[in-house]
Design a protein around this ligand. Structure first.
Ligand SMILES: Cc1cc2nc3c(=O)[nH]c(=O)nc-3n(C[C@H](O)[C@H](O)[C@H](O)COP(=O)(O)OP(=O)(O)OC[C@H]3O[C@@H](n4cnc5c(N)ncnc54)[C@H](O)[C@@H]3O)c2cc1C
Length: 386
């Protein structure tokens, strides 16, 4: 088989999936990505199509409607989407890593059977509500409370910046909340809040610089009633669920960075082979060709490290440090590569009719979401024992 990528971990099944997602992204996403970005519009239609392709529940067993593939397959799918458009990649990444994965990993049989088959179709999405106005990097600072009363959790509080939480197809959210009955100490628990059963206010936040075609919501809970059995995992173990979920989530943010960087390099390479100045094509100037080479080197290193991190996860080995390094490195190189790509486009890179302009903006979230670069250095430092 003629391979796009040669890597010891890549098998035919990975390359087949890569080709399938690449073709889909070129045919279905590329023609509308610019318009969705311009109007800050989340597309349920594209989401459904991505669901049909099997991108919702890539690693979830078939009995729940998933594809039962490995982490590397999932990461390749996200990488290929981001090569064309980060918003769609973010929708898929957030739904798989932050939405489905904790429900599958910590859910009871009943929770899995009730929720997962609907969430693996692309008809619905599920959010992950950690961030609050006063709790970003500091997860322990959350103020949302859930008090148990007559078999219901009474939820009060606000979550902000939650991906896949406010569009018409958002079915619910996994909420980190304080379930303590003692006001002098907090008890962190994760609760599955279904939108139809537990009324809460969900507003889409517009005017974003990044991921403008992905849905980002602000959720307000005022005595929202959630059935007692919607507790996810053990009471008081919510923070562990969140931190473990974020470890795996970082691999997919790294995949978005990798795909974005590859897409930016592809565009810069193509443009520099056409544009002439001083009688020569841009790529004939050594300065420009070295820029392209530097991009390639960074991408190769980022890809190798990310794929190896996926292998560790798939083989039940510790991967928390590797996921943090992967996300830190890939988000940093995505920024450098998008910046250099704009430089190669010159003035033409600064206009919205050029996709590189969107890539330049979209990379900016990568060193902020799911652990800022500063916080990731704390995670890596802790793993190093410093
Ligand atoms: C488009 C988008 C989608 C998102 N999706 C989700 C989602 O689905 N679910 C969810 O829960 N959240 C989501 N988030 C929130 C995101 O994870 C947070 O923005 C991120 O964790 C940072 O929190 P903050 O914005 O409050 O920044 P802050 O925590 O206030 O940090 C501000 C700055 O201070 C630095 N800083 C903070 N503490 C320290 C420290 N101890 N030492 C050194 N520096 C420090 C940070 O690194 C950063 O540079 C999303 C955000 C965006 C923009």
């Amino acid at each position: 088989m003629n391979r796009n990528i040669y890597h010891p971990l890549i098998q035919d099944k990975h390359e087949n999936l890569r080709s399938q997602v690449r073709e889909f992204a070129l045919k279905e996403i590329k023609p509308i990505a610019k318009k969705l970005d311009e109007y800050s519009e989340f597309s349920p239609e594209i989401t459904r199509k991505m669901g049909k392709l099997g991108l919702f529940g890539v690693t979830i067993p078939k009995e729940y409607g998933g594809q039962n593939l490995d982490t590397l397959s999932y990461i390749i799918a996200v990488e290929e989407l981001a090569r064309i458009d980060s918003s769609q990649a973010a929708t898929v990444a957030a739904h798989n890593s932050l939405g489905l994965s904790p429900i599958f990993k910590y859910g009871t049989d009943d929770q899995r059977q009730r929720l997962l088959p609907k969430l693996t179709t692309g008809q619905y999405v599920w959010g992950f509500g950690l961030t609050e106005p006063n709790a970003g990097s500091d997860a322990k600072a959350i103020e949302t409370t859930a008090r148990l009363e007559n078999n219901y959790w009474m939820v009060n509080g606000q979550k902000i910046f939650i991906t896949n939480s406010a569009s018409a197809i958002s079915m619910g959210v996994t909420l980190l909340s304080n379930t303590s009955t003692d006001p002098t100490r907090k008890e962190y628990s994760a609760i599955l809040v279904e939108r139809e059963k537990s009324k809460y206010q969900a507003e889409s936040i517009k005017n974003k610089m990044v991921w403008r075609a992905a849905d980002t919501g602000r959720l307000t809970f005022q005595n929202a009633e959630v059935p007692k059995e919607n507790l996810l995992g053990e009471r008081g173990k919510g923070l562990r669920i969140v931190l473990e979920t974020l470890d795996a989530g970082r691999l997919s943010v790294a995949a978005i960075g990798l795909g974005l960087a590859q897409g930016a390099l592809d565009m810069a390479k193509e443009y520099s082979a056409k544009r002439k100045q001083f009688g020569s094509r841009l790529n004939q100037f050594q300065v420009i060709s070295h820029k392209l080479v530097d991009m390639e080197v960074k991408i190769e290193l980022a890809r190798n490290y990310l794929y190896t991190s996926c292998w560790l996860k798939d083989n039940q080995m510790p991967f928390s440090k590797q996921a943090a390094i992967s996300k830190l490195y890939t988000s940093e190189i995505a920024r450098e590569i998008a910046d250099e790509a704009v430089q190669i486009f010159g003035g033409y890179g600064l206009f919205k009719d050029n996709d590189i302009e969107r890539f330049y903006r979209d990379q900016r979230i990568l060193s902020i979401g799911e652990g800022t670069s500063e916080i990731l250095k704390m995670v890596i430092g802790k793993e190093m024992g410093i």
